[in-house]
Design a protein around this ligand. Structure first.
Ligand code: BV8
Length: 233
């Protein structure tokens, strides 16, 4: 693509679907009958901490059973070979981008493999369950660790870094997201104001498809490697 130097990639649950990670708003989108909007909130955590901890404990444990797919690996190849600026902004809380080899990566909605101590504010690498109230590795106090996940009504991580990357961007590509959640869903508008070309790769039209210069419908496992080959040619 002529004249492309600085790229911002936004990914959502659709890029992990072919790895076997359930998406949020598809047919398999409910968790034990709960919508993500009803479980992923500070109010739900205050009301029923055991339910919310179990929701994340089960998804954290499931990470050991899934692998990165061709789309994750293609983005890592782009990350390694792209001479210009590149930032992969993911809404996903799984670790498949990292395990696929991506480096220039930002988890704007947090990570399953991180815990946040509400006593000392430390963020710590965490792979096991949290529902038994384990002690914080930093301050030693038990029962104060919550999932390090951005819930609805909470400020996403890295917004300044994302805005800094969007300003000089000349290409914004959105992969596998329904465009239902803000501020992530608003980034395509920010890209247009920055004068960037906008491309969407998704299984079906999203809520924001009308804002993209180009939309390619299909599975990420096929569309993303083909797009990376195009870009690196
Ligand atoms: C904020 C962590 C302000 C949790 C998530 C009204 C009331 C209250 C709030 C709001 C409101 N209106 C707007 C808001 C704001 C709210 C919001 O947007 N709500 C929506 C529901 C209307 N946003 C927030 O609250 C955000 N915070 O605004 O803070 C603020 C300001 C100042 C100070 C303090 C605070 C925080 C949002 C973050 C919430 N946390 N995740 C968890 O993961 O457990 S969001 C959650 O949805 C996930 O992160 C997920 O990534 C994200 C978006 O979903 P998608 O990734 O798009 O997944 P989805 O299933 O929807 O779509 C998958 C797509 O892939 C589909 O299109 C499908 O076709 C496609 N696909 C499927 N298979 C494939 C594929 N594509 C390609 N290949 C395939 N194989």
């Amino acid at each position: 693509m002529a004249g492309v130097r600085n790229i911002v990639v936004l990914t959502g649950a659709g890029i992990s679907a072919e790895s076997g990670v359930a998406t949020f708003r598809g047919p398999d989108g409910l968790w034990e009958g709960h919508r993500v909007e009803d479980v992923a909130t500070p109010e739900a955590f205050a009301r029923n901490p055991a339910l919310v901890q179990r929701f994340y404990d089960e998804r954290r444990a499931a990470l050991a059973r899934v692998e990165p797919n061709a789309a994750h690996r293609a983005l890592a190849r782009l990350d390694a070979d792209w001479p210009g600026e590149l930032l992969i902004v993911t809404q996903n809380v799984d670790d498949l981008h990292e395990r696929g080899g991506a480096r220039r990566l930002l988890h704007m909605h947090g990570e399953l493999r991180s815990a946040w101590c509400l006593r000392c504010n430390a963020r710590v690498r965490w792979d096991g369950p949290l529902r038994d109230g384990p002690p914080c590795p930093a301050c030693g106090v038990a029962g104060r660790l919550r999932p390090d996940i951005v819930w609805f009504g909470e400020m996403p991580y890295g917004m300044e870094r994302i805005e800094d990357a969007m300003r000089p961007a000349d290409l914004f590509i959105s992969i596998g997201t329904s465009g239902a959640v803000y501020p992530a869903a608003g980034l395509v508008q920010t890209a247009r104001w920055a004068g960037a070309r906008t491309l969407e790769l998704n299984l079906e039209p999203s809520a924001g498809s009308y804002m993209f210069d180009e939309c390619r419908m299909g599975r990420a496992g096929e569309l993303v490697p083909a797009w990376v080959d195009e870009l690196l040619a």
